[in-house]
Write a protein that binds this ligand. Structure first.
Ligand code: GTP
Ligand code: MG
Length: 169
């Protein structure tokens, strides 16, 4: 797949604003601040196409990055305590609306912070993806903040936890 020449296409704050599902989509999901936008930039070899911030809650819309044959989709992060209840509700409606819209979703990259075990919200999302029959991968970020022993321990702990979700380790 050609990952060159990606452009920012659009940002949707409501389900009605989603662009038509015209090409395959690869989706990046995870807790706020886990590194979704950073991973998109890394994959596209771009410094700041997707906006990255040290402060959580940066991406509050579903953001679409267009490539010649597909889109990369940056979902708003969940689990940030300081977001208002109404924003959390908007996020849930938006993300569920997007994922349930029968779009051409080829892969959901579900990102977790490898320094910690998955949060309750992470596990809800993983269960949702499994039950919805959406193809997904669990990808860990921030492993560079762990030493080798800690990384091995976390890998064992993750595999033990996620084996019930039918995820190959
Ligand atoms: N050390 C380290 N830092 C990372 C990694 N991935 C992301 N970060 C940092 O984590 C912070 C948040 O990254 P973002 O990419 O903005 O996270 P996000 O998931 O898009 O956040 P929201 O848009 O708020 O949902 C930034 O300071 C990044 O530089 C990683 O693998 N290792
Ligand atoms: Mg982001």
């Amino acid at each position: 797949m050609n990952f060159q020449n990606a452009v920012f296409e659009s940002a949707s704050g409501r389900v009605e604003q989603l662009p038509p599902s015209s090409v395959p989509e690869i989706v990046f999901s995870g807790r706020s601040n886990v590194g979704k936008s950073s991973l998109i930039n890394k994959l596209l070899n771009r410094k700041s196409l997707a906006r990255v911030s040290a402060k959580p809650g940066k991406t509050g819309t579903v953001n679409f990055y267009r490539l010649p044959d597909c889109r990369l989709v940056d979902l708003p992060g969940y689990g940030y305590a300081k977001v208002s209840a109404s924003e959390k509700l908007r996020w849930a409606e938006l993300v569920e609306g997007y994922l349930n819209a029968g779009r051409n979703i080829r892969l959901v990259v579900q990102i977790v912070d490898f320094r910690h075990m998955p949060t309750r919200d992470d596990l809800h999302m993983i269960e949702f993806l499994a039950q919805a029959g959406l193809p997904f991968l669990v990808v860990a970020t921030k492993s560079d903040k762990l030493n080798k022993t800690q990384r091995t321990q976390q890998m064992d702990a993750y595999c033990a936890l996620l084996k019930n979700c039918r995820i190959p380790c």
